[in-house]
Design a protein around this ligand. Structure first.
Ligand SMILES: C[S@@+](CC[C@H](N)C(=O)[O-])C[C@H]1O[C@@H](n2cnc3c(N)ncnc32)[C@H](O)[C@@H]1O
Length: 216
């Protein structure tokens, strides 16, 4: 759920679309509406691209890629020589990601791995400029544990849905069963805040984007 009034959300989404006209992106958004698939949307997508470009990211690890919508923005940011490693448990998502991102001219920047995101992460060596987390929320604490030492100094850990429709701040929001994972989100967020190697900010775009820059 977007926390901002829908008019403000629409304004931000429209603004994020300026200079970004791509029929493939339109189709990915249409698919999300049709299937009620939780993509980050254009305002957060542009924010991810901005963050990645700002630190000159060339190697991005994405935990929870769906059919490649957020990866589209990271792939733009890393440029022709860069690499976005995508992960998802659903092979169908991988196939759709390839279809969309190939048509967008971005597929050669993608290494898409099907399976558990954290297992795929563990199977890849080295440090990353960005680790982006958007898996099932009960996995957030483990995702942070896996990422915290593998983000290079000067790199970023970024995590979506960190306001969780306001539940993290005690708002009572439907459906109540979604509240089961709120402690996992707040625990992860607190662990990031407590790590003095990182400077963080929780940006209240859409459902909340936690951005943490590794400074030491
Ligand atoms: C919120 S969607 C990702 C949306 C994507 N980041 C975007 O904005 O386009 C979460 C995705 O992560 C996948 N997922 C969730 N938990 C996972 C896990 N532990 N390992 C692998 N994939 C996972 C789901 O299959 C789903 O496609």
């Amino acid at each position: 759920m977007a926390l901002l009034p829908s008019e403000v959300d629409d304004y931000l989404t429209a603004l994020a679309g300026v200079g970004l006209s791509d029929v493939v992106l339109d189709e990915m958004e249409a698919r999300a509406r049709e299937l009620r698939f939780p993509i980050v949307g254009r305002a957060v997508g542009r924010h991810l691209e901005l963050q990645a470009r700002a630190i000159g990211a060339q190697r991005v690890m994405e935990l929870g890629s769906g059919y490649g919508y957020s990866a589209y923005f990271f792939a733009r940011a890393v440029g022709e020589e860069g690499r976005v490693i995508c992960t998802d448990g659903d092979p169908d998502n991988a196939a759709h990601a390839e279809g969309y991102l190939r048509r967008a001219g971005l597929w050669d920047r993608i290494d898409y791995r099907v399976g558990d995101a954290l297992e795929s992460f563990a199977a890849v060596e080295g440090e990353f400029d960005v680790v982006y987390c958007d898996i099932d929320k009960d996995g957030y604490p483990d995702a942070w544990e896996a990422a915290r030492d593998r983000v290079r100094v000067g790199g970023m850990f970024i995590c979506d849905n960190t306001l969780w429709s306001g539940r993290v701040a005690g708002l009572v929001v439907e459906p109540p069963e979604y509240d089961k994972v709120t402690p996992a989100i707040t625990a992860m967020t607190r662990a990031v805040a407590d790590d003095d190697r990182y400077v963080h900010s929780l940006v209240p775009l859409r459902d909340g984007v936690l951005v943490a820059l590794r400074v030491a």
